[in-house]
Design a protein around this ligand. Structure first.
Ligand SMILES: CC(C)(COP(=O)(O)OP(=O)(O)OC[C@H]1O[C@@H](n2cnc3c(N)ncnc32)[C@H](O)[C@@H]1OP(=O)(O)O)[C@@H](O)C(=O)NCCC(=O)NCCS
Length: 224
């Protein structure tokens, strides 16, 4: 009995050991399941990636695609053409996919000519438009080629909007050098022999043999 001058001692709540074991086991089980699912997803992605590159290389012999380059898009291997002697470097990301939200179908393809070098860490996005690169070009590093814009109508999430079909696709001629960190926007044509300086945002067509730099892009000279 508790009196006014006695100290009340409360026993801490004891978790029964079997309850402890059950929650421990459940925790362990759910972590194992998460790890198994993540491993399956990783293996499936690696397998798909490998098969995609194999299919592309079988259709386009005598090319080199880095093991570390990533190519995505449903049946992308059918929409990619790469000429003899061309190279795609490490960590370059290529996506070729049709737009499911868009009623007006614009062909999404990637075509690369012969002996063209696409270096490391580039981002080639042929979705909602086509990207064509000619022969003997050099696409340096961290270059983004984006073939179409999202529509930007007010009142609808950007991710749910179809591609803007008013301006799409990128055409790059032969013997073009695109410097590091360049962004080429949809609807642009870069003609034969052009040089695009590092960090340029290409928002307009570039004439033959022109050397352009900067943002806003300006013409500094012609190749001689
Ligand atoms: C475009 C490029 C080839 C021009 O080289 P260049 O003929 O030697 O030109 P210059 O250095 O004489 O520059 C001429 C003018 O353009 C400017 N300029 C050159 N490149 C520029 C660039 N990328 N961005 C902004 N301005 C640039 C220069 O500052 C100079 O301006 P000024 O006359 O007011 O002084 C070179 O500057 C470049 O950008 N190379 C890309 C390098 C690269 O990305 N390599 C990746 C590995 S493959």
């Amino acid at each position: 009995m508790v009196t006014s001058n006695s100290i009340q001692v409360t026993t801490p709540y004891q978790i029964p050991s079997f309850q402890l074991n059950v929650s421990l086991m459940l925790g362990l089980w759910s972590r194992t399941m998460i790890a198994i699912k993540a491993t399956i997803r990783y293996c499936r992605d690696s397998y798909r990636d490998f098969i995609m590159k194999m299919r592309i290389m079988m259709r386009n012999p005598h090319i080199s695609i880095s093991r570390k380059c990533r190519i995505t898009g449903k049946d992308a291997y059918q929409k990619i053409k790469i000429g003899e002697g061309s190279i795609i470097g490490d960590f370059t990301f290529v996506t070729v996919s049709e737009d499911q939200n868009c009623s007006q179908k614009v062909p999404s393809m990637l075509e690369i000519g012969e002996s063209t070098y696409v270096g490391e860490l580039n981002n080639l996005r042929a979705a909602g438009g086509t990207i064509k690169i000619g022969n003997n070009c050099c696409i340096s590093q961290q270059v983004t080629l984006v073939a179409s814009n999202h529509s930007i109508k007010k009142g609808m999430n950007i991710t749910g909007q179809p591609w803007d079909v008013s301006k799409h696709s990128i055409y790059i001629g032969n013997d073009v050098w695109i410097g590091a960190n360049v962004v080429v926007l949809p609807g642009v044509t870069i003609h034969d022999g052009a040089v695009i300086g590092a960090g340029t945002i290409v928002n307009k067509d570039v004439p033959e043999n022109a050397v352009v730099v900067g943002n806003p892009m300006k013409l500094i000279k012609y190749r001689r």
